[in-house]
Design a protein around this ligand. Sequence first.
Ligand code: SAM
Length: 207
Amino acid sequence: MTDRRQFAPATERNRGPILSILKDHLPDTGTVLEIASGSGEHAVFFAPALRPLNWQPSNYDPEQLDSVEDWLVHQPSDNLLPAISLDVTKSVWPVETSDYGGGPITAIFNANMIHISPWQACEGLMAGAQRVLPVGGQLFLYGPFKENGQHTAPSNEKFETWLKSLDPDFAVRDIEVVCDEARKNGLEHMADHSMPANNYIHIFKKT
Ligand SMILES: C[S@@+](CC[C@H](N)C(=O)[O-])C[C@H]1O[C@@H](n2cnc3c(N)ncnc32)[C@H](O)[C@@H]1O
């Protein structure tokens, strides 16, 4: 049978440090919704370490959903739910419908999406987090960010040049602008942590 797994080498480098932050901050119960699961390598690494929480992978890209599905076959975990098709820019996410069977979403994790998609993806992420999270629920947002409009490292500046060659609407986002968007949607910035390779994890809480 064809193996549809994709491999994103950066996940092997960042998954340990991300997991340690998640373990420190995630709630004890419910389901973590992962937005833009990519290859699925984060999902299969995080889920077994986070029991009894459930992990819900998702993506809008059918080929990446196939990759997640095959990663789940290779590295199953009883708390890993089948990946769902979810486009953050939609006004209703499948986890909001009555036929969603994955249990209450108590946290959201999203890595490396808002810079490699139009700004509408960040708007959709924040709006969806407000709709889906309970009061006190947290959104974990991982990736590179600017601070006060400035890059935090030359490598991120170079990275942004490459992003813009793909699409002029892609950009390393300014964390202050991301926080403004979060605030508009009832999400307060609670904490941030430096991660390897000039990335950060920002934690927002629904008020
Ligand atoms: C660079 S990859 C990151 C994948 C993974 N989270 C990681 O860190 O390895 C960007 C991901 O964002 C997803 N994405 C982009 N726009 C999206 C949208 N509107 N809704 C859901 N996913 C989206 C892409 O399909 C892709 O999986």
